[in-house]
Design a protein around this ligand. Structure first.
Ligand code: 5AD
Ligand code: SF4
Length: 453
């Protein structure tokens, strides 16, 4: 892994014991990949960290007087068009964090000794709060932070971006730094675009966002469930999907919508990343494996036939064989219709890149193969279950062979059948005859047969 070139200066002042000296070194290590080089004078620093000691009152007072000096430096820098971020770490921060913020408003954030791994997150949040752009700090990574933007012109399905950015700060991920804070498009703008798409013949929209189920959270606008309800009322718009979601934002209204909104397709991409509580904690996912499994249970109560999809990372730092097996267990418990799997990759500047116990590449390969094997088995079983069933299929286009048409089941499976091209754009019933590797094969069911079903 290569660090970013040194672009910024870090000044750390250490008070107190050896423990603090050690912690200051750790903080320097955490910040180096972000492009921070150490300076020994605060006035040319971009980031000042006071690593404080609470052992005697005098030590605490010293911190406040130092902060007074720093405040003046910060103001002078701001006056000259520059910027300085001030953080208070160590035991004073732990003991009287909010008091510090109250007494000295020049402080951007405080963090106790247990949360040094969150330094990149805290810095990003402070920069966001002051309106500073962050994108330049990181090399954008197409693979992880790009949303599909393409829209098939004239097609019957379309993507519709409703939300961008992420506030979750999973410790492996660059998105919160590259894409910034969560932002939702206003409801009216989304509705207008959806109505326009529907007028052009679009029957299905997939709502996109890095944290799409956090939609509206920052404006308190009825959330994604409210948006889905209003979209479902648009004539012609018969199918609604959304991706990607975070388990934390799966609120009761959205769960209920899966049971009540006919247009909301029974397919949900809900990444869990790992089945080990230890790893979930290190990833800063903010939930345990059992919370996720319970959440899936509630969603299935609302919509028993929902097909689930997920993202998984193998070989996160510190992942043992037992941790990995917990992921396999979770997969067995939940049962997925599809999934995306990744080997953990170190992203400079993210907290996990600095964690010890990085996992061997060969071990990652081996775990990925085992996980993929299990998920593939589940996918096949899910597809095989469809055989003999009659499902509504939205016909999207002609197939590869003459006389063949291609569409999707409610569960996002590709279904092909013999049929006329004038069915494109219609939702027709098909009896599934067989399940192949990537798609299902069906036959059209006539209206008369449908009536009997
Ligand atoms: N290494 C491996 N996988 C990652 N993802 C995001 N960042 C990383 C990383 N550093 C995966 C997560 C996420 C998906 C979009 O990409 O599983 O959900
Ligand atoms: Fe990245 Fe998704 Fe986590 Fe946000 S919720 S930090 S986008 S993995």
């Amino acid at each position: 892994m290569t660090d970013l070139p040194v672009q910024k200066r870090l000044y750390i002042k250490t008070y107190g014991c050896q423990m603090n000296v050690y912690d200051s070194e750790r903080m320097t290590d955490i910040l180096r990949p972000l492009g921070y080089g150490v300076t020994d004078s605060p006035d040319d620093a971009d980031l000042v960290v006071l690593n404080t000691c609470h052992i005697r009152e005098k030590a605490t007072e010293k911190v406040y007087s130092e902060l007074g000096v720093l405040r003046r430096m910060k103001e002078a820098k701001a006056g000259a068009g520059g910027q300085m971020t001030i953080a208070v770490a160590g035991c004073v921060a732990q003991a009287e964090g909010s008091e510090i913020m109250r007494r000295q408003t020049a402080v951007d954030f405080v963090l106790g000794p247990q949360s040094y791994h969150r330094l990149p997150e805290m810095i990003a949040r402070a920069h966001r709060a002051s309106g500073e752009a962050l994108a330049a700090d990181f090399a954008a990574d197409e693979k992880f932070d790009a949303l599909p933007k393409s829209r098939q012109p004239g097609g019957v399905t379309a993507f519709l971006t409703v939300q961008e950015g992420c506030d979750k700060f999973c410790t492996f991920c660059v998105v919160p730094y590259t894409r910034g804070a969560e932002y939702s498009r206003p409801v009216e703008a989304v509705l207008a675009e959806a109505a326009d798409l529907a007028a052009q013949g679009v029957r299905e929209v997939t709502l996109l966002g890095q944290n799409v189920n956090a939609y509206g959270a920052e404006r308190n606008e009825g959330g994604l469930a409210g948006l889905v309800e209003r979209l479902a009322a648009i004539p012609g718009l018969d199918r609604i999907r959304y991706t990607t979601s975070h388990p934390r934002d799966m609120d009761e209204a959205l769960i209920a919508a899966h049971g009540t909104q006919e247009a909301l397709m029974p397919y949900l991409h809900l990444p869990v990343q790992s089945g080990s509580d230890k790893i979930l904690k290190a990833m800063n996912r903010d939930h345990r494996a059992e919370d996720y499994v319970a959440l899936i249970g509630r969603i299935r109560q609302a919509r028993p036939d929902i097909a689930l999809s997920g993202d998984f990372i193998v070989g996160f730092p510190g992942e043992t064989e037992a941790d990995f097996e917990a992921t396999l267990d979770l997969v067995r418990q939940v049962g997925y219709a599809s999934a995306f799997t990744f080997k953990y990759s170190r992203r400079p500047g993210t907290p996990a890149a600095n964690m010890g116990a990085q996992v061997d590449e060969a071990v990652k390969d081996e775990r990925l193969a085992r996980l993929n094997g299990l998920l593939e088995e589940q996918r096949r079983a899910f597809n095989a279950e469809m055989v003999g069933r009659v499902v509504p299929v939205l016909i999207e286009r002609e197939g590869r062979h003459p006389g063949q048409i291609l569409g999707r089941s409610p569960y996002l499976q590709a279904v092909h059948a013999e049929g006329p091209a004038n069915l494109i754009g219609q939702i027709v019933h098909m009896r599934i005859e067989s399940a192949a590797h990537m798609s299902l094969s069906g036959v059209l069911v006539s209206a008369a047969q449908e009536a009997v079903l």
